[in-house]
Design a protein around this ligand. Structure first.
Ligand SMILES: [Zn+2]
Length: 144
């Protein structure tokens, strides 16, 4: 018997006590013999630490699966109260997912040197015109 104040009674699905003494829910797949018993009647779990650890384990097992994929995978066996919140929390806390979803940082652009932005006649600054990264310049700019 489920009390009215219990969290289970607030579920949109109807819970029942299974043969294995676990609280399960009746779903719409009740008359689908092709599905496993766990899929037809998933186990009800609260929004606690155990559920969080279960989701985290499934997330790693499925190689950093996204929110919807992870929810679908979890509902094959468990009916976790507030599963979307927990799955989002796991995905947000995962370091691999943070690295994968991060945006590249914008590169800071340095200001141009003053001799490049002041007006001057052409070839006044000969160093800039003769610049060659493969050529070695001596101390007095004589050996090249
Ligand atoms: Zn991840």
């Amino acid at each position: 018997m489920v009390r009215k104040s219990s969290l289970i009674s607030k579920l949109s699905v109807s819970p029942f006590l299974g043969e294995d003494e676990l609280v399960r829910v009746k779903g719409r797949l009740d008359n689908a013999p092709s599905h496993k018993y766990d899929e037809r009647h998933p186990v009800v779990l609260s929004k606690g630490h155990f559920s969080l650890m279960l989701i985290r384990s499934q997330h790693k097992q499925m190689k950093d699966a996204g929110v919807e994929t992870l929810i679908t995978a979890m509902r094959n066996k468990y009916w976790i109260v507030g599963v979307r919140t927990l799955v989002r929390k796991v995905c947000k806390q995962c370091i691999s997912c943070q690295r994968q979803d991060s945006r590249p940082q914008d590169q800071a652009i340095a200001p141009l040197p003053s001799d490049r932005i002041t007006r001057s006649p052409p070839f006044l600054s000969w160093e800039w015109a003769m610049q060659d990264p493969h050529r070695h310049w001596g101390k007095n700019c004589t050996s090249w």
